[in-house]
Design a binder for this molecule. Structure first.
Ligand code: F6P
Length: 319
């Protein structure tokens, strides 16, 4: 293994830069040359590639986003796009690739492996929707960003005696809503994994109001229901003034938490170690407190198990 390339793909996630830094520094430490690919798989197809050195990744561990930029590349899903990428890999003499991204990016890493170049996945997505790993890089930062936003909304909510619906990201996964909701003492958590009833949400609001509660927080995963529609339904059914906030991409930015920086550093270094050891088609994860690696096909086949205990706890504590 003389030359390893690294790319980030899909939605960016805070901590990706720490992972890139770990790949570059641990590669160079092990006398491997590290190339960076700009714009994810698009840059692999278009040969947007340059060699990294120790200074290329100086002063990035604390920065959100990804210095390599990222895309959701449709062309790489085609045979022609894959052929172009493999040509670039051959011409530049790339021996292995580290792909940092979510589920779609791990699919891309799988394709590279199937075409004969060892590739290792590093899970980077705020959604935390990959069943084989307890945490993905960026999730912890995103949850903290949401908790911080809720604290601010809570203050104005109390002043006005209102209920607030806060829509968060997560695609098809309720983990951001669940953990931010538990950490913020939200009255109701509405997520794709659990059915919800607007009447139950309203009953809870009224119970709170009757015992003197001045405000209420309802957290909602994007795509489950329309936050504006729910707020008018609540107002209609309870008389409580309700506002909706869609947090949007604020959840994907910001300086990564210490947890995400450490996770990303360990995962990036493990990916390089695996390539040096001759592994292929593996993806890195964390289970318990241990960094693990697993066959990509096996990992992608593991369904994400919803944390029902935390959901029930949140319900008990917001009674
Ligand atoms: O996968 C990360 C994520 O932020 C999801 O939570 C969200 O549904 C999606 O990406 C948004 O994608 P985009 O930034 O392309 O609008």
């Amino acid at each position: 293994m003389e030359k390893i390339a690294v790319l980030t793909s899909g939605g960016d996630a805070p901590g990706m830069n720490a992972a890139i830094r770990a790949v570059v520094r641990s590669g160079i430490y092990n006398s491997v040359r590290i190339l960076s690919v700009k714009d994810g798989f698009t840059g692999l197809i278009n040969a947007q590639i340059e060699e990294m050195n120790l200074s290329s990744v100086a002063d990035i561990i604390h920065r959100g986003g990804t210095i390599l930029k990222t895309t959701r590349c449709e062309e790489f899903k085609t045979k022609e796009g894959q052929r172009k990428a493999m040509n670039v890999i051959a011409v530049l003499g790339i021996d292995g690739i580290v792909v940092i991204g979510g589920g779609g990016s791990l699919e891309g890493a799988k394709v590279i492996n199937s075409l004969g170049i060892p590739s290792i996945g590093v899970p980077g997505t705020i959604d935390n929707d990959l069943g084989y790993t307890d945490y993905t890089i960026g999730f912890d930062t995103s949850v903290n960003t949401v908790v911080d936003a809720i604290s601010k909304i809570r203050e104005t909510s109390i002043s006005h005696g209102r209920a607030n619906i806060i829509e968060v990201m997560g695609r098809d996964c309720g983990n951001i809503a669940l953990y931010a909701g538990l950490a913020s003492g939200a009255e109701s958590i509405i997520i794709p994994e659990m059915e919800f009833s607007i009447d139950e949400v309203c009953r809870k609001l009224l119970r709170g109001r009757n015992r003197g509660k001045l405000h209420s927080i309802i957290i909602l995963t994007e795509g489950v229901a329309d936050p504006i529609k729910i707020s008018s339904e609540i107002k209609e059914k309870t008389g409580i003034e309700t506002r909706a906030t869609i947090l949007g991409h604020i959840q994907r930015g910001g300086s990564p938490t210490a947890f995400d920086r450490i996770l990303a550093s360990k995962m990036g270094a493990r990916a390089v170690e695996l390539l040096i050891r001759g592994a292929k088609n593996r993806t890195v994860g964390i289970q318990g407190n241990n960094i693990i690696d697993m066959d990509i096909d096996e990992a992608l086949g593991i369904e994400s198990i919803f944390d029902i205990d935390s959901y029930e706890l949140a319900n008990v504590l917001s009674i």
